[in-house]
Design a protein around this ligand. Sequence first.
Ligand code: ADE
Length: 284
Amino acid sequence: MEAQTAGFGFSDAELAAYPTVYRSDLFSTATVLVSGGGSGLGKTIAWLFGRLGARVVICGRRPDRLEAARDAMRAAGLNVEALPCNIRKPEEVEALLDSVTESGGLDVLVNNAGGQFPQAAIDFSAKGWNAVIDTNLNGTWWMMQGAARRWRDAERPGAIVNVVTVVEQGMPGVGHTCAARAGVIGISKTVAVEWAPLGIRVNCVAPGAIQSEGQAVYSEEARQSYKRSNPMLRFGDAFDVAEACVYLAGPSGKYVTGETLTVDGGGRLWGEFWAIPKPDYFRP
Ligand code: ADE
């Protein structure tokens, strides 16, 4: 199927029909919470888990987007709820996790919510830096810790998948998110060890250049350059990321923890990734 007919993301019809390698009842006894599930990568992840039989809960800051995503998934016969939550606020995260656990329990947490804006690091304001760290690092952490406490208290296993980014070479133009995501990878490795005896696995998926709605904030020049960000000379799509999340969350990942699965077409080995137009001194 030709991807991305709807601008930078999949249409609902594509989300419903895109082929997957996974069995349609793989998550039929599971509840999967996807943050940022109302749009972009999170919406695709939510659709895929839903198509594999999960009860899906999507959360995010914008009720309008969440409800639209929920309604489209329900129209396709999927079991989904939408709960607004600002993950920066620990008390809202607590209320969300209470609601999910009290209404049937939680099995998989996919921390996908995040936000950033392209800017040269030297120009970051304190407010901009703090906002990105607060959502992408702190918000992810409140979700991880809250879910783990509930799994520990209920003596049930759980799996966390954190959607991060490829941090190894830095990320010129989005240094704040690179710092936050590197922090998420660090705490994920740490708690993968601390929480292994509790039956909680913690992994990350690191997408490279993926064609999705989130790309809309970048300039045309930056977007064009992404095609040369990896040796495959193309974007990946949101299903590449969603299937990686399913692999890590499902039985296929039962002996995998503390890992970061990179989905970047080889971009960490060859390629250039600038989220802002490349400064003149880097041009040939
Ligand atoms: N998506 C982007 N920012 C978010 C936030 N603060 N809470 C939940 N979802 C988000």
